[in-house]
Design a protein around this ligand. Structure first.
Ligand code: LLP
Length: 434
């Protein structure tokens, strides 16, 4: 469900015509619907009402402060993977007591910052990390609340780059080895064992991998409880998929029912780390056609039309990186006639495309298009490749719209950069000699 729809031939986000945004803010621009974000959060939250739970929005999906604040205002916590995310989460109103910290490579200074502000728990991904957290906490005279991220060896049946719960993946500690590390952790005075964590992958469109993982995690939780470990949090990560094209992912309610059933009767609080399901369909990438051109027919395929738009792989990496599908729809009325089309950006790579081999209307230069379902892993994965300033981000609520991140300018592109003095011919005194 989302609030992007055509009214009288013009695509709107809530009550605002997207054309108006293109005219005032320019393109490319990410546009987010506040009503969709809030609705998704509420539906997800209500789905878990049968069990004590805490939603920790996985902010890597979209780290814009106004997006995070939309959720923290509704009571959400945040799932972070770096100290950078920690500071942005705090700035967006997340209470430290609702922050969980995942990730395979936590730096010592990052662990220190998280301990200093008193987060809910570290999701620990290796024995060495556990030992590091123990010694950092010891030095700071603190107790670090931890859960071990277990790898349940379940195939999430999604794109290999976003599968995380298989033995061959770098994530977590194999579920069969976790007990040893829990026992070690329980003996450390600077570690407080509080939970078990698991995340098997992203964009899952079936329920069974979640259930398989939850059943394995439950067995471990029961074993830990029998050994007297005070497990009170069970974090089952994120990963619920959304519809980009014709996928039929389970509704949050179905997902929640299955998860709640798997842990029923246990006196624990469920921690959930949804990202994509909250933000994916709440955002679009607004872009304008710069040029069109027709390529001659190739063997096996007919003629191909290229729409060269002003958004590129640096703005939305998903199609190039994973071959992901994003619907491309017109902002105004579209011509009836269609042709086999690639929607491509200005970046100098053949892999720079937003859509490939689609039968699209014969758009013309100047037309505005919306690349749908771009709210998750869109802006947050964008870059300055080809020295392209990152796009503006806009949030809509009803009739109001606000720029929630300015479009970058030329200064942002060389921020922090210096010309080596020896290149300027007067650098004898400055610069370091190693
Ligand atoms: N928790 C952990 C530990 C994660 O690693 C992730 C995502 C999530 C939660 C949130 O998962 P979600 O609910 O969004 O599926 N860039 C890729 C997705 C990478 C997912 C990384 N981890 C994409 O564009 O599809």
């Amino acid at each position: 469900m989302h609030h992007f729809e055509a009214r009288r031939g013009e695509l709107h986000c809530e009550a605002v015509p997207l054309r108006r945004i293109a005219e005032t803010v320019g393109t490319p621009a990410y546009v987010y619907s506040h009503a969709t974000l809030s609705h998704h959060y509420r539906v997800f939250d209500e789905a878990f009402s049968g069990m004590p739970h805490l939603i920790c929005y996985s902010m890597k999906a979209n780290s814009n402060g106004s997006v995070i604040r939309t959720f923290t205002n509704l009571g959400s916590g945040v799932d972070i993977v770096s100290a950078g995310e920690l500071s942005r989460a705090l700035a967006a109103g997340a209470p430290p007591s609702k922050i969980v910290y995942s990730g395979v490579g936590k730096h010592i200074w990052e662990i220190e910052e998280a301990l200093r502000c008193g987060i809910l728990m570290f999701n620990v991904e290796s024995r060495e990390e556990l030992e590091t957290i123990d010694s950092v906490a010891g030095r700071m005279r603190k107790r670090a609340p931890i859960s071990i991220r277990v790898n349940p060896d379940v195939d999430p049946k999604t794109h290999p780059y976003i599968s995380t719960g298989l033995k061959k993946n770098k994530f977590g500690i194999h579920i069969g080895q976790a007990m040893r590390d829990y026992e070690w952790a329980a003996r450390r005075k600077n570690i407080e064992v509080v939970g078990v964590d698991c995340h098997i992958g992203s964009q899952l469109t079936e329920i069974s991998p979640f259930v398989d993982a939850a059943e394995r995690v439950r067995l471990l939780v029961e074993k830990l409880l029998r050994k007297g470990m005070p497990i009170r949090l069970v974090d089952i990560g994120g990963g619920l998929g959304i519809t980009y094209n014709d996928e039929l992912p389970p509704h949050p309610k179905q997902y929640a029912d299955a998860v709640v059933r798997a842990f029923s009767g246990l006196a624990v609080t469920l921690v959930l780390e949804p990202g994509r399901v909250l933000v994916g369909n709440a955002g679009i990438l607004l872009t304008r056609v710069l040029y069109t051109k027709d390529a001659p027919a190739t063997a096996g395929k007919g003629k191909k039309r290229f729409l060269i738009v002003d958004a590129a792989m640096n703005d939305l990496a998903r199609p190039s990186l994973y071959g992901s599908y994003h619907a491309v729809v017109p902002v105004g009325r579209a011509p009836e006639k269609r042709a086999l089309t690639d929607v491509v950006g200005p970046v100098c790579e053949s892999g720079d495309f937003l859509a490939k081999d689609r039968r699209l209307p014969l758009y013309r230069s100047g037309d505005l298009l919306a690349v749908m379902s771009a709210g998750a892993y869109g802006f947050s994965m964008s870059s300055n490749y080809n020295s392209r300033p990152r796009a503006a981000e806009v949030m809509i609520s009803g009739r109001r719209f606000e720029v929630v991140r300015e479009r970058e300018g030329p200064r942002d592109l060389s921020k922090g950069e210096r010309t080596a003095t020896f290149l300027l011919g007067r650098g004898k005194k400055r610069g370091r000699i190693l």
